[in-house]
Design a protein around this ligand. Structure first.
Ligand SMILES: NC(=O)c1ccc[n+]([C@@H]2O[C@H](COP(=O)([O-])OP(=O)(O)OC[C@H]3O[C@@H](n4cnc5c(N)ncnc54)[C@H](O)[C@@H]3O)[C@@H](O)[C@H]2O)c1
Length: 350
């Protein structure tokens, strides 16, 4: 196949931080078109990546229809993912979509069905699957070196809710985001748990909002924050392990901290994504006797790039461990169960 021609929709934070530089650095694909409803963001990204005027779109349907686009990359707010992904699949274009892939499991299944019936390649951006420590942990888990897994202790802590001058952007509005940190940060942890340990069978959750009011985007009128600032939940894994998850955007002192600890009968692993190239291990007899967790350097072969993976999938050369739309659906089912649990205050079986 020739170079994959990629059209990106939504030139905001994650597009500029990860997708656009990732596509530029990747082999076998190139950015050919861009779409955003915000003129300033569209122009800035287009100028930076050399996209000509006739390949800059304000309407995503025109980007999808463009003959110079084989593969679509969706980086818009959550409520737009499904309509854009389904339209791309129906047009026969490959689909890459940011997490959480939809607003509900029902919507996620509609994306899955559209992608399946069109037979187009697809991927979901659960970006932690591309981190070296997580891939190395997966290799160790697949070898069964931890024995029976008993417990997971997982946290994702940020302080972004306290960012100076933050307004009532889409993340704080239910009809645009679905949930708050639950879908935004929790979806990453749910996918990591499924990737490393297995499915989640049941959950019980507690959520809350700490910063309840913010100035609206276009005026100084004050509006209500509608999405969760924190979510804590217990989960029962299908293999029997018991897990605790702590997720917050109000944890002062934490810019972006993801910790993921797995405890089994024969050993333990610790991931700290502020140290993405290291893995905490307690595996041998000596480690166990001394109760030592030591940090080892992850071998270079576990390095991966999210956008290179998408291009490889479109070219039929995926590595088989990148997140699929089916993973997106499974994650969404857990998110839906967590919402029900937090509202009704009881365990929800999946
Ligand atoms: N994988 C990750 O680690 C990660 C990190 C951050 C965000 N995300 C996800 O990426 C998505 C975008 O988040 P963000 O932080 O970049 O948001 P953002 O608000 O910074 O960017 C979204 C962009 O989409 C544009 N947009 C909105 N409506 C549009 C439309 N109808 N057509 C075209 N463009 C439109 C906006 O103008 C904006 O430029 C979300 O789903 C979020 O959950 C993922």
């Amino acid at each position: 196949m020739n170079e994959v021609k990629i059209g990106l929709i939504g030139a905001g934070g994650i597009a500029n931080g990860v997708h656009l530089p990732g596509i530029e650095a990747a082999r076998g694909g190139k950015l050919t078109a861009l779409c955003d409803i915000d003129e300033g963001r569209l122009t800035a990204a287009a100028e930076r990546y050399g996209i000509p005027e006739n390949r800059r779109f304000r309407d995503y349907r025109e980007l999808i229809a463009c003959s110079d686009v084989d593969a679509v990359d969706i980086c818009t707010p959550n409520y737009l993912h499904a309509e854009m992904a389904i339209a791309a699949a129906r047009a026969g274009k490959a689909v890459c979509v940011e997490k959480p892939i939809a607003m509900s499991a029902e919507e996620a299944m509609r994306i899955r069905d559209a992608v399946k019936s069109a037979g187009v390649p697809s991927m979901v951006c659960f970006s932690n699957r591309f981190r070296p420590a997580v891939r190395f942990a997966k290799w160790i888990m697949d070898r069964g070196q931890l024995g029976e897994v008993a417990n997971l202790y997982v946290e994702y802590l940020k302080s972004s809710a306290f960012m100076e001058g933050r307004r009532l952007e889409w993340r704080f509005i239910k009809s645009m985001a679905g949930t708050g940190v639950l879908g935004d940060l929790g979806s990453h942890l749910i996918d990591m748990a499924r990737f490393l340990i297995g499915d989640i069978d049941g959950v019980t959750a507690q959520t809350g909002i700490l910063v309840k009011k913010r100035p609206k985007i276009d005026s100084d009128e004050i509006g209500e924050v509608e999405t969760d600032d924190y979510c804590h939940f217990l989960a029962e894994m299908s293999g029997g392990a018991a897990a605790t998850f702590s997720i917050s955007r109000c944890a002062m002192g934490n810019a972006n901290s993801i910790k993921f600890e797995i405890y089994g009968a024969a050993g333990a692993l610790a991931i700290d994504l502020n140290r993405p190239d290291e893995l905490g291990v307690c595996l041998g007899d000596v480690d166990r006797i001394t109760e030592g967790m030591h940090w080892v350097r992850v071998p270079a072969r576990y390095r991966a790039s999210q956008m290179q993976s998408y291009i490889d999938i479109v070219r039929g050369k995926g590595d088989g461990i990148a997140p699929t739309i089916e993973d997106g659906v499974a994650c969404q089912r857990v998110l839906d169960a967590l919402v029900v649990s937090s509202q009704e205050r009881h365990w929800v079986k999946l």
